[in-house]
Ligand binder design. Structure first.
Ligand code: ATP
Length: 237
């Protein structure tokens, strides 16, 4: 049984048919990436999984349980946690308070301190800045904070929406290193939406290519990296 199974979802914004039958799976321990151009439906896929933009048909199954019609906060409690596009941290709260907000759905408040230590281990720069306001961090640090905050909810699966967006190349590399480390060392399963197909396919086990609300390719990341049509359309060669 897959950790996450998305079956033939259709999602609309009013009359706009954004997802036209998306199916995908994510296995425990994998990094799976969704790549594709602007408006392909990547963010909508994540938001449909999270219950923010519910599917009009199709199903989302987590660990065998149908979560298609569950409310977003229930879905977070079940362990599907998103770090949204554009970071969306709380700029007027400190780093530490932002991280505490990530744990608000948990009822095991006693172990939150341990998890914060673990986030600080992954992101030493956040520890140095723990009393600083979120809004004073650099773009890369805010991205780390957004990922750290999502980790505080103890995800079974972490959904990352464009973590490299707007970052300088060196920071992009650093963010992708962190994603790999979270997966390898913390065992976190990750569904990664990216426009940076190069980096995404370098860290992922498998990938799906979205175009205009459809999946056009589904394969291992290494096969996608060698596919001439993917190279031409998404890898800029
Ligand atoms: P990007 O990287 O540009 O965010 P994406 O692959 O994440 O692209 P989506 O944001 O999921 O794409 O958009 C899929 C389609 O749905 C697009 O045609 C987009 O214009 C439309 N869409 C997205 N959000 C809304 C909304 N709130 N209202 C109406 N249409 C929307």
């Amino acid at each position: 049984m897959s950790l996450l199974e998305v079956n033939d979802i259709h999602t609309y914004y009013g009359k706009i048919h954004a997802l036209k039958g998306i199916s995908l799976t994510v296995e425990q321990g994998e990094i799976v990436t969704l790549i594709g151009g602007n408006g392909a439906g990547k963010t909508t896929t994540l938001n449909t999984i999270c219950g923010i933009t519910p599917a009009s048909s199709g199903t989302v199954i987590l660990n065998g349980e149908d979560i298609t019609r569950r409310k977003p906060h229930d879905i977070v409690t079940l362990g599907v946690v998103q770090s949204p596009e554009g970071r969306k941290i709380f700029t007027r709260l400190t780093v530490q308070e932002n991280l505490e907000m990530g744990a608000f759905t948990r009822d095991d408040k006693g172990s939150i301190g341990n998890d914060m230590d673990s986030v600080f281990k992954h992101f030493p720069r956040l520890k140095e800045r723990q009393k600083q306001l979120g809004g004073t961090l650099s773009g890369g640090e805010q991205q780390m904070l957004a990922i750290g905050r999502a980790m505080m909810a103890q995800p079974h699966i972490l959904l990352l929406d464009e973590p490299s967006m707007g970052l300088a190349p060196l920071l992009v590399r650093e963010i992708f290193d962190v994603i790999t480390t979270l997966n390898r060392n913390a065992g976190t399963t990750i569904l990664l939406v990216e426009q940076n197909a190069h980096m995404a396919l370098a860290v992922a086990d498998r990938g799906y290519v979205l175009q205009s609300g459809y999946i056009t390719h589904a394969d291992t990341a290494s096969a996608l990296r060698q596919d001439p049509s993917i190279i031409e359309a998404y890898l800029g060669v």
